[in-house]
Design a binder for this molecule. Structure first.
Ligand code: SF4
Length: 398
């Protein structure tokens, strides 16, 4: 049977993969760097059709996985229940991971490659981890990582040097900044980093922070040249939101997320704002409701599969069943078609931590005329944006 790489990506998120003794990951692969929220705790793989996945390898549930990574001669393959199902590639260890910033810090402790983009958490630990009674989101491991697997403090110069190294060596087109909750000061803290990266590199920049209490800050963000904004709602059902994200519930509230998403779609445009949701922590029907509501206001959904990272409050849980998740990703794609939301336009932005809206086509069977019209429009938009982006970078480098 023909392999569906979208389904395989989903299955790997839900079941993880074991590493056979034939593999030489220290030589052939990106190191496993547990940074930011912890979702990157797995091994980065490139599946057929160029789909990147960060496959869990260390969590408890991986012991029962049917998948094994093996090496034969120089090539890597995935086996399922003992049978080879496909050849895959391993993205090589980025050279800049070994390099030092001028201040003497390892660049891999400043920024990390996740798929084909660079992710940076430049600020201090999320305040929800610092409160007397811990208010952190139950699945999150930022408080275990910042200051441990990554630098506690990252100066603008250190970030800029790392971004430039990743641009030169890895050809990144996109830098993604995120922070936890910092009493509403998140965007002000990110501002100098964004300014420097925009001015010096011209790369696309995405920002992911809790919603600002002052919505006009997003106008300012847009003026600075930010290309993409995303908001981690995480859980749609209000009671479940309270249980899973106590700090977000008490200090922010779901309404603020919806208000910020709606406001940002108006200024950034359709498809340039994302609502993030974690599938597997609530009934899939609630996840679908979130996806539909994001789409109604012109936002795309980025859907993570719940990963019970080691050391977190939810480490003993298991990810959802893949078969319960296929309607979720089918819907994620359908609503983009129905609401004419452009997806997958940015050049060379492949994400290993989520199934991207455009990858939702692997879950879709209704290849009607609307599908082909949308695919044609997206191809033209992609081409035009690629030309614009390359010209911008060329002019910046001159
Ligand atoms: S807001 Fe929640 S998910 Fe984000 S860093 Fe803080 S605890 Fe983690």
């Amino acid at each position: 049977m023909k392999l569906n790489p979208g389904l395989l990506k989903l299955d790997l998120f839900c079941r993880g993969i074991k590493i056979d003794a034939s593999c030489d990951l220290s030589k052939d692969a990106r190191p496993v760097l547990r940074t930011r929220g912890g979702l990157g705790s797995g091994l980065e793989l490139i599946l057929p059709k160029g789909l990147y996945v960060n496959a869990p390898i260390e969590e408890h549930f991986v012991k029962k996985t049917p998948y094994t990574l093996i090496k034969k001669y120089r090539d890597y393959f995935i086996k399922k229940n003992g049978h080879i199902i496909c050849r895959i590639k391993l993205p090589a260890r980025p050279k800049f991971y070994e390099r030092m910033t001028t201040s003497g810090k390892l660049m891999s402790r400043i920024g990390v490659m996740q798929g084909t983009y660079l992710g940076i958490y430049p600020a201090k630990v999320c305040e929800f981890w610092q409160m007397g009674k811990k208010m952190n989101c139950q699945f999150c491991s930022v408080g275990l990582n910042v200051g441990n697997t990554e630098e506690y403090e990252k100066s603008v110069e250190e970030v800029l040097e790392t971004v430039k190294a990743a641009q030169k060596e890895e050809g990144i087109t996109f830098v993604h900044f995120n922070t936890g909750y910092l009493f509403g000061e998140e965007l002000s803290i990110l501002e100098p980093y964004i300014r420097a990266v925009k001015k010096e590199t011209g790369l696309l920049v995405g920002v992911q922070c809790p919603p600002s209490p002052n919505l006009s800050k997003y106008d300012y963000l847009k003026k600075m040249g930010v290309d993409h904004a995303s908001f981690c709602l995480e859980v749609y059902d209000r009671e479940r939101f309270k249980e899973i994200c106590p700090g977000k519930d008490k200090y922010i509230g779901q309404e603020k997320y919806w208000d910020a998403i709606e406001y940002c779609v108006k200024i950034f445009g359709k498809g340039k704002v994302a609502g993030e949701i974690i599938a597997g922590l609530e009934n899939p029907l609630d996840t679908i409701k979130a996806i539909e509501n994001f789409a109604k206001i012109g936002a795309i959904s980025t859907v993570c599969i719940f990963r019970p990272c080691l050391g977190t409050a939810l480490e003993a849980l298991v990810p959802p069943f893949p078969e319960d998740m296929t309607p979720v990703f089918k819907k994620m794609y359908e609503v983009c078609l129905e609401n004419r939301i452009p997806i997958g336009i940015a050049p060379n932005v492949k994400v290993s931590l989520v199934i991207l809206p455009e990858e939702g086509k692997y879950f879709f069977q209704n290849f009607n005329i609307n599908f082909f019209i949308m695919e044609c429009k997206l191809s033209i938009l992609k081409l035009l944006f690629r030309i614009y982006f390359r010209t911008r970078i060329f002019l910046k480098c001159k």
